[in-house]
Design a protein around this ligand. Structure first.
Ligand code: ARG
Length: 296
């Protein structure tokens, strides 16, 4: 079932089935990363402005941070002509069924410039023995994987953002196909075009969020289901994509450097922020969360 209003909620997080946290990280090397077109407001004015050598160092520092934290990092080569493929949160949604079956839903990218990225990720997951699931033709609209569809930490519950890159129709199909509840959140501000730019689920009861990115119904759903909602200052969210942070283990939070207030709030809530510079990738509208994909 897809939940769109707080008054529809007939469950709590504790009553949703458990699901382990994914332990493997996929990254796509940034050899061909660049800003070559504008498909989100963050990219404006940055075409041709990427420092490739610096981008590579920033990407390597992120990869090494996951390794230091004990995660296995798989690296796929980038592909010429696909400058956004480095944002590998977007081309698929990995899932783990209750019976242990692993698969990925293949995205239907909104921007034509990004459509050819999907088969490269599909091939990787096929080699890993994952079932590949395509959105059926009769389901209309686009879907951008873990840019918009986020697993609730430790639970088989999906948060689904829609409005810019993903169509809400996809969530009714996904809920049925995966047999999970989906909480659908309408995104209303183009600076926050993916759910992972305005909501960061840290652990089962805590999340960072930007209130202005959602409508009234969305804010009510978030408040009802997440006891510790940490508000991110709008400047840090818009300019530094503070909500594109990633907490892989319920404790460490990898986040763009300079999000001073967000970092203070994270520490106060008992988390350990790790500040990284993803400045070259911010020029494309992405940071930590979208530069990797967690899989099971
Ligand atoms: N330039 C990319 C795009 O606009 C950035 C994607 C960032 N990914 C994310 N999950 N927020 O598609």
């Amino acid at each position: 079932m897809v939940y769109r209003q707080a008054d529809q909620l007939d469950f709590t997080i504790e009553t949703t089935p458990p699901m382990p946290l994914p332990r493997r990280v996929l990254m796509v090397s940034p050899d061909h990363f660049d800003v070559e077109y504008v498909i989100n407001p963050h990219m404006e004015g940055h075409v041709g402005q990427v420092d490739r050598a610096l981008a590579r160092r920033q990407w390597e520092a992120l990869r090494d941070t996951y390794r230091t934290l004990g995660f296995e990092v798989h690296v796929l080569d980038g592909v010429p002509g696909l400058p956004d493929m480095v944002f590998c949160a977007n081309q698929t949604l990995p899932f783990l069924r209750g019976d242990g079956g692993r698969g990925v839903v293949l995205s239907r990218m909104h921007a034509p410039q990004r459509r050819d990225e999907v088969p490269h990720l599909a091939r990787f997951f096929e080699q890993q023995g994952y079932a590949l699931v395509s959105i059926p033709d009769e389901v209309p609209g686009s879907f951008e994987g873990m840019g918009d569809a986020l697993w609730h930490p430790g639970h088989a519950l999906l948060w689904g953002g829609y409005g810019f890159r993903t169509d809400q129709a996809v969530y009714a199909w996904l809920a049925r196909e995966l047999g999970v509840r989906v909480v659908a959140l309408h995104l209303t501000d183009p600076d926050f075009y993916h759910l992972d730019t305005c909501l960061s689920l840290l652990d089962a009861g805590t999340a960072l969020y930007v209130p202005a990115a959602f409508d009234e119904a969305g804010r009510a759903l978030l408040h009802r289901l997440i006891p510790n909602l940490i508000e991110v200052p709008e400047r840090e969210a818009r300019e530094l994509l503070a909500c594109n942070a990633h907490c892989p283990d319920g404790r460490h939070v990898l986040i763009q450097r300079g999000c001073t207030e967000t970092v203070a709030r994270l520490r106060a809530a008992g988390f350990e922020p790790i500040e990284l510079d993803t400045g070259e990738f911010l020029k494309s509208g992405g940071s930590v969360f979208c530069m990797k994909l967690m899989f099971f």
